[in-house]
Design a protein around this ligand. Sequence first.
Ligand code: ATP
Ligand code: MG
Length: 210
Amino acid sequence: MNKIPKELSKDSNHKNSDRFGIMGGVFDPIHIGHLFTAEEARIRLKLSKVIFVPCLQPSHKRNDFVTDIKHRLEMTYRAIEDNPFFEVSEIEVNRPGPSYTIDTIKEFRKIYGWRTDIFFITGADAFLEIDSWYKKDELLKLCQFVAATRPGYDLDKLHDNFKNVLNIMEIPALAISSTDIRFRVKNNLSIKYIVLDVVKDYIYENRLYL
Ligand code: ATP
Ligand code: MG
């Protein structure tokens, strides 16, 4: 995992993009809910690209087991491969300790400056917990947020203050979660069509989630 993060490499053409999205997640594993959400945000918000940022250590699930980053990262790379507007960043992989979104956005701001619009893309469940995010007041000033509707999570519950900084994106309901996918693998149920085939094959080849 010693690769130089794409954004920091000299030949990166990142400075050309004035508007892009960041999709943070545990991606354990990455599924079509993540991919569809990112693609919808890209098209609707006219983003030049979406950067997927797998976290090293989820800050909100500190006591839960998460799969080794090597596997989560590899699945993420494979899943985005056929979309020229998707990238993976190892910015959190290379930063020890809990992966706080604020640290990541600050790093991106250092690279892209302030003339770029950065949209942090989340699902409704994640944004509804914004109050518990590390340094959330500062974070909310650093980028814009997108929350995609997700079955079971009601964004109307949000305080008006947050509604002002948030782009709510209605998407067709996808009641797909990594938790359910892990459960399915463990219980010998099918995961075809809810993850990409390349991800499904990787999971079986590496005997993940058993
Ligand atoms: P887990 O069940 O392990 O929590 P997850 O499916 O929620 O996994 P995460 O990696 O935790 O996946 O999520 C990364 C981001 O993707 C979060 O902002 C989450 O809200 C969003 N997301 C995940 N699944 C969906 C979905 N089906 N629809 C919309 N957004 C989603
Ligand atoms: Mg989640």
